[in-house]
Design a protein around this ligand. Structure first.
Ligand code: HEM
Length: 526
């Protein structure tokens, strides 16, 4: 009986909230400029049914009807969606200080240690401290250069695994995403913890690493769900989609994993490195933190350390590896572009060694390919949401305090009023002398903002960009690419699966064919 009473009273409360919100909206519209246009909301649930799957595509489809600034009411929450570069710039540049925090959500509560992390920390002291620590010890040019050898070693391991896959008698195709993910996770693992997380990097993954990858994928899928309880808090106790229960279970697994890592690390001591490389890993640096040069307190608790590691491993692996997978899929579909990129690489690097990170600045065409991939396949198509601290006005529309801001990065980068032939993969548009030659992906050109923009722009932009460019360059340079027998390049499935990150609906299965001198791959004795 009790659950029925609770259910009825929850709906009663939700109905009262709905009536109150309707009244409030009318009152707001009387004293303020109007809210932005948007589809008519349903009672109680508001526009939740309008989101559909995948939401970034459905929201983009609303632009011709409502324009580039759309208002939705999701349950009891005001939501505004920015779907053009100029509207995004209004929010993330002109009014960025007002949108510097993230809205409350079940993922932050149940998975990210109840907002004790960096990604969901409210704008303030803890967030600044996390950003400062990461900026100095992980993402500065000095830190990136210090750990360059690790990324180069891990990419070489992946290259060897791909070359070896070509020698096997089974002739089964390789799941490229799997190896790319192992590569990014191990490169990050060695920088953060001083050790690999996924087997040996050559595809012989152990059970633990398989479980870790599954946890990251599950986190992305759960974080991408529009959880009804986030929008109708009175229904939270019902957990209608079962999302909270799954999140709590996942959190327990992550926490056990991270607690073991921290305890093992404390026992092992802080020194890491071999041969000429004697750097301390990031975790050891975190343990040693006390205060910075300005005397500001920078000491982190164990919970904060686990929350930060959780952020870095989840935000920093899948995003980069899936972007490279999309890049390769586009290049396989466009053999002329692939050949042109290989020509550039051969002339800069030659055929007697692998690409090194120091080559990247000379690879203009390769960089254009990476930009074009970020344009068509941004790894977080709806970026990460922000929340309005105060009421404000954008383009003559009223944006109420506590509105959630969604920036449709995916739609902006396909806007036909900004991009010519927007659905075509055309890296030349970014080459010197072309229409978009000066456009970059680092948050100041709002036509293409795969890393977001403003104060909460991606903390790992410098690493993510380097890693994507480096892995793409290596794969293009070291191999020609065949599809499994019977599959035609022009018919390659380019559908998107839905999650917080933009995965391919069907993983890219390939046969890599080495094209450099044999000794380069490390599979033969020189
Ligand atoms: C292809 C690579 C990547 C892409 C496309 C990407 C994209 C993004 C986006 C769109 C945001 C939200 C920005 C906003 O609110 O405006 C974000 C935030 C974040 N990213 Fe990335 N990311 C990538 C790689 C990385 C890497 C390698 C790391 C770290 C190892 C990382 C760590 C973070 C963190 C910590 C935040 C939260 C920042 C904050 O709230 O202050 N990301 N990323």
């Amino acid at each position: 009986m009790a659950p029925l009473v609770l259910l009825i009273s929850s709906f009663f409360i939700a109905t009262l909230i709905y009536i109150f919100l309707n009244l409030r909206t009318r009152l707001l519209n009387r004293h303020h400029p109007p809210l932005p246009p948007g589809p008519k909301p349903w009672p109680i649930i508001g526009n939740l049914p309008h989101l559909g799957l995948p939401p970034h595509q459905n929201l983009a489809a609303m632009v011709p009807t409502y324009g580039p600034l759309i208002y939705l009411r999701l349950g009891s929450v005001h939501v505004v969606v920015a779907c053009s570069a100029s509207v995004a710039a209004q929010f993330l540049k002109t009014h960025d200080a007002n949108f510097a925090s993230r809205p409350p959500n079940s993922g932050a509560k149940h998975i990210a240690y109840n907002y004790k992390d960096l990604v969901f920390a409210p704008y303030g002291h803890r967030w600044r401290m996390f950003r400062k620590i990461c900026a100095v010890h992980l993402f500065s040019v000095k830190a990136l250069d210090e750990f360059r050898y690790i990324r180069e070693e891990e990419v070489a391991v992946m290259t060897k695994a791909l070359a070896l896959s070509n020698n096997t008698s089974t002739n089964s195709p390789v799941n490229l995403a799997g190896l790319l993910n192992v590569c990014t996770t191990n490169a990050l693992g060695r920088v953060l913890l001083g050790r690999r997380l996924c087997g040996d990097g050559e595809g012989h993954a152990d059970l633990k690493s398989q479980q870790f990858k599954e946890m990251v994928v599950e986190l992305m899928v759960l974080s991408g769900v529009f959880n009804i309880s986030d929008f109708i808090p009175s229904l939270e106790w019902l957990d209608l989609q079962g999302v909270a229960a799954k999140m709590k279970k996942l959190h327990k697994r992550f926490d056990a994993f991270l607690t073991t890592i921290i305890e093992e690390h404390k026992m092992k001591g802080s020194d890491y490195g071999s041969g000429t490389h004697q750097q301390q890993d990031f975790l050891s640096k975190l343990f040693g933190l006390k205060e910075d040069v300005d005397g500001e307190e920078l000491k982190l608790t164990d919970t904060e350390i686990k929350a930060l590691l959780l952020n870095l491993f989840t935000a920093g692996t899948d995003t980069s590896s899936s972007t490279v997978e999309w890049a390769l899929a586009e290049l396989i579909r466009h053999p002329k572009i692939l050949a042109q990129a290989q020509q550039e690489l051969d002339s800069v690097v030659g055929k007697d060694r692998l690409v090194s990170e120091s080559d990247l600045s000379q690879l203009t065409f390769l960089q254009a390919i990476v930009k074009e991939t970020f344009r068509l396949h941004p790894s977080t198509p709806l970026s990460l949401p922000r929340i309005a601290d105060e009421d404000c006005e954008i383009n003559g529309y009223f944006i109420p305090k506590k509105s959630t801001l969604i920036v449709n990065v995916w739609a902006i980068a396909r806007d036909p009023s900004i991009w010519s032939d927007p659905l075509r993969f055309q890296p030349e548009r970014f080459l010197p002398g072309s229409e978009k030659a000066h456009i970059d992906v680092k948050g100041s050109d709002f036509e293409i903002i795969p890393f977001g923009a403003g104060r909460r722009i991606c903390a790992g932009l410098s690493l993510g960009l380097r890693m994507v460019q480096f892995m793409t360059a290596t794969l293009v340079h070291a191999f020609n690419w065949d599809l499994p027998e019977g599959q035609l390049a022009e018919k390659l499935n380019m559908e998107e699966a839905y999650g917080l990150t933009l995965q391919r609906a069907s993983p890219l299965m390939v046969h890599p064919k080495p094209r450099l001198a044999a000794h380069v791959y490390g599979t033969t004795k020189t």
